[in-house]
Design a binder for this molecule. Structure first.
Ligand SMILES: [Zn+2]
Length: 590
């Protein structure tokens, strides 16, 4: 069966039917609520209805937050009361609330605090996900602030009061992360219109504010739904593609976020299940939960509790969260670089001339699989640069995380394009004898970052790692060429299953090492916190290297050097191991 068939069989009308049912019958699908559970059961019933009999709802304990409105007022130079929502996982204020001077800190990244003293004060920041809310809270606390006010994005006149969370720990906390990573500040969200007014007032003189939060944070049973299309026979038994997206939501319809993604997963499952006999790799669909008001407890629980199977058999993680948003006109995909050439080719084929662009996959959404080293990608419609500029970087629409997120925010023709692209992605991943991965782009990213850090990293021995990375780039070229040769042979009907298995096993091993190196500061068995600043750069464990140049000889420097030498060793080992995998593969296929 040609790939054209799955691409033509997926139908946005089915997606629309599911979305309409979900938003009217199960609004506000909060994790740990009755509707959260009903949504998990809806996904399970829908998956069984499209033929995926092996579908189960799993219940787990999770820390979830039930934030309500917040009381918020300007107390000087004039009295103004402002509508606000408490953010999920915010701390509770004392009954009398807290008061303090307000300091505007832009996006709330480390650099935004330069020259500002926020100790004992309340910060005012912008929503833009650079960094995410969770990281803004963490940084504000490190800087000594006592509370956070986060204004929405969108056009300057946007009155939508946003929901949001400041959940630094990722996954159900451990004894360690519970002590060190949970939010420590009261945090609230306000509209963009109100926030800009406050920003102007701060520019004119001292502004004093008062706020009081209302929130319940606690343990609840939450539910994820997992459906599997397992194959009866395959040259690579048990291998599969993981497809996931969260099914919990904020109050209201939350049509784009993420009823739309859930419905796409059901539609893809329907079509691929009908073609299961033609697949080489199966599919596992994960409808996660405790994402919006939890701590990504669903996807990280799934990673922890299915570790061996994921490690041995998952080839890729494809995330669907907020597809088909109205007003988006170009295509953005974030991915681990080994997937870049594969998805770019499909996008160019199916976008009919619309622009597509690429971003490095960072930890957001439900990217709980970096520790396992499963390469991930996430692609969907995106606003133009000009629109983003005009809306203070409202990458997910001005209505995002507000009760304005309704059915009218979905574009069904555009959804059809999304579905066709998703079907093409999955078809190739599920049927290609040789996985469509390429490692030179990974090597280029590693090399670029190491070169950037080389001078500052000289005291910890980074120089020899740069040389090693150059050798790795050459080896990656040879591996990519070898894989291409075998793809051509398969295309000519002259493939060899042993060769395909050898190459695919090598790819899995390489990604296990390199995805973790590229994307996780904590490494294999930890989860970096949401939006954690170091993981916004390649090889996050080396993030602090530039600091070395700023520290004189002394205690602080000696300690940081010790840490960074160990991280340097981690990078060196990983590249050496990756080189060994490529060498073995070349010898086997010689
Ligand atoms: Zn979402």
């Amino acid at each position: 069966m040609a790939p054209a068939s799955v691409i033509d069989e997926v139908d946005a009308a089915n997606v629309r039917r599911h979305v309409e049912t979900i938003v009217t019958e199960i609004p506000h699908r909060a994790a740990g609520s009755e509707n959260g559970k009903r949504m998990a059961e809806y996904s399970a019933a829908a998956m069984r209805e499209v033929g995926v009999a092996d579908t189960h709802v799993h219940e787990l304990p999770a820390i979830v937050s039930f934030p309500e409105h917040a009381d918020f007022a300007v107390t000087a130079p004039t009295q103004i009361s402002i509508q606000a929502n408490t953010l999920g996982h915010s701390t509770l204020t004392m009954p009398e609330g807290i008061g303090g001077d307000l300091v505007y800190v832009g996006s709330g990244a480390f650099a935004d605090y330069e020259g500002k003293d926020v100790r004992g004060k309340i910060i005012l920041t912008e929503l833009s996900y650079s960094p995410a809310r969770h990281e803004k809270q963490r940084i504000a606390a490190l800087k000594g602030a006592i509370g956070c006010v986060m204004m929405n994005w969108g056009h300057p006149e946007n009155e939508a009061v946003p929901f949001g969370s400041v959940k630094p720990a990722w996954g159900t906390p451990t004894p360690d992360t519970y002590d060190t990573e949970m939010a420590t500040l009261p945090c609230i969200g306000i509209s963009r219109a109100a926030g800009l007014k406050l920003k102007d007032m701060c520019a004119e003189g001292t502004v004093r504010v008062w706020l009081k939060t209302h929130v319940e944070n606690g343990w609840r049973p939450v539910q994820i739904t997992v459906g599997e299309i397992a194959l009866d026979a395959s040259p690579e038994p048990g291998d599969f593609v993981l497809v996931g997206g969260h099914q919990d939501s904020w109050p209201g319809e939350a049509a784009t976020d993420n009823a739309a993604g859930n419905a796409c997963m059901i539609e893809l499952a329907r079509v691929f299940n009908q073609h299961r006999a033609e697949l080489r790799r199966g599919l596992v669909f994960g409808f996660w939960t405790a994402h919006e008001t939890g701590t990504m407890a669903g996807s990280s629980w799934f990673a922890d509790r299915n570790w061996d199977k994921l490690r041995d058999h998952a080839v890729t993680y494809f995330q669907i969260d907020q597809p088909g948003c109205v007003g988006t006109t170009r295509w953005a995909t974030s991915s681990n670089a080994e997937l870049k050439s594969f998805h770019d080719r499909i996008e160019k084929n199916l976008l009919g001339g619309r622009e597509n662009y690429w971003k490095r996959a960072a930890k957001s959404g439900d990217s709980s699989f970096f520790g396992l080293g499963i390469p991930m990608f996430h692609g969907e419609g995106s606003f133009t640069e000009q629109e983003l500029k005009d809306t203070a970087l409202a990458t997910l629409g001005w209505w995002h995380h507000s009760i304005e997120n309704k059915l009218d925010k979905l574009d069904w023709d555009w959804m059809q394009v999304h579905l066709r692209i998703y079907a093409a992605y999955l078809w190739e991943l599920c049927t290609a004898p040789v996985l469509p991965f390429a490692y030179r782009p990974v090597a280029d990213q590693i090399l670029a970052r190491l070169n950037e850090l080389a001078a500052a990293g000289a005291p910890v021995g980074l120089g020899s790692v740069v040389e090693q990375a150059e050798t790795f780039a050459e080896a990656a070229d040879r591996l990519d060429a070898l894989a291409e040769t075998w793809r051509a042979k398969f295309a000519d009907g002259a493939g060899d299953e042993d060769a395909a298995r050898t190459l695919n096993a090598a790819f899995k091993k390489l990604s296990h090492m390199l995805v973790t190196l590229q994307s996780s500061a904590k490494g294999t068995y930890g989860q970096d916190t949401y939006g954690f600043t170091p993981q916004t750069t390649m090889i996050p464990c080396l993030f602090d290297i530039p600091q070395l140049a700023t520290l004189p000889d002394g205690e602080a420097r000696w300690m940081l050097e010790t840490k960074l030498v160990r991280d340097r060793n981690r990078v060196a080992d990983t590249i050496a191991d990756a080189l060994a995998v490529i060498g073995d593969t070349e010898r086997t296929l010689a």
